[in-house]
Write a protein that binds this ligand. Structure first.
Ligand code: GSH
Length: 206
């Protein structure tokens, strides 16, 4: 059986678990990541030198890391969740890149401060600035979703929706006063109608 190393409070780990569920792949999961099990130990660093989760262990024992790359790998090797048509494929990859490079970094100070309540992330000015950056990325997402496509790459659900859906979950689960984004909310509710979407975007995980 394939194996996923990582704690389920990590959205990057949940990307992989959601994709495996959608693809019907059975897996084992091992809890790694602070605070459950520190990955900065030689045993784990030998698998992923970044000391981060998720790590994916293939049937043959080969090891991969980097969540959005793993989404593409799983879709390619298991045959699903990635459009074949060129324009839709481009859109799916565009949103995966944007999630990692623009959206995820925008909540960097807010999530440790307001969701995880970690010490050292309580400067009100920095929180306000980060909320402004995060809101700015959500404006972009909402604008694109207002164009009326049910999913980010078009009519079909794809791995891009897994990465962005979990990011929307993080937006709604982080406690601060938010601007309303009707198109995002409609999209998010559509993703939660999927069994794996509901499973990996639960109310009790941030
Ligand atoms: N770019 C990496 C980022 C991975 C990452 O930041 N993982 C976090 C959890 S979301 C982590 O491992 N944090 C340290 C820990 O949990 O101990 C990916 O997308 O896989």
């Amino acid at each position: 059986m394939v194996k996923v190393l990582g704690r389920i409070t990590s959205i990057n780990v949940r990307k992989v678990l959601w994709a495996l569920d959608e693809l019907g792949v059975a897996y084992e999961r091992e809890d790694w990541g602070v605070p459950v099990r520190d990955p900065k130990v030689p045993e784990f660093l030998a698998l992923n030198p970044n000391g981060q989760v998720p790590v994916f262990v293939e049937y043959d024992g080969s090891v991969l890391w980097e969540s959005n790359g793993l989404l593409v790998y799983l879709a390619q090797t298991r045959g699903g969740l990635l459009p074949k048509e060129r324009r839709a494929l481009g859109l799916a990859l565009q949103w995966l890149g944007w999630q990692a490079a623009e959206l995820n970094p925008s909540w960097n100070y807010v999530v440790p401060g307001l969701l995880r309540k970690m010490p050292g992330y309580d400067d009100p000015r920095k929180i306000a600035e980060a909320i402004g950056r995060w809101t700015g990325t959500m404006v972009i997402l909402d604008g694109e979703l207002q164009k009326g496509r049910p999913f980010l790459a078009g009519d079909e659900f794809s791995i891009a929706d897994i990465a962005i859906g979990l990011s929307c979950h993080r937006w709604y689960r982080t406690p601060f006063e938010k601007r309303a984004f009707p198109a995002v909310e409609e999209y998010y509710n559509r993703l939660k109608e999927r069994a794996a979407g509901a499973r990996w975007m639960p109310e009790d995980i941030g």
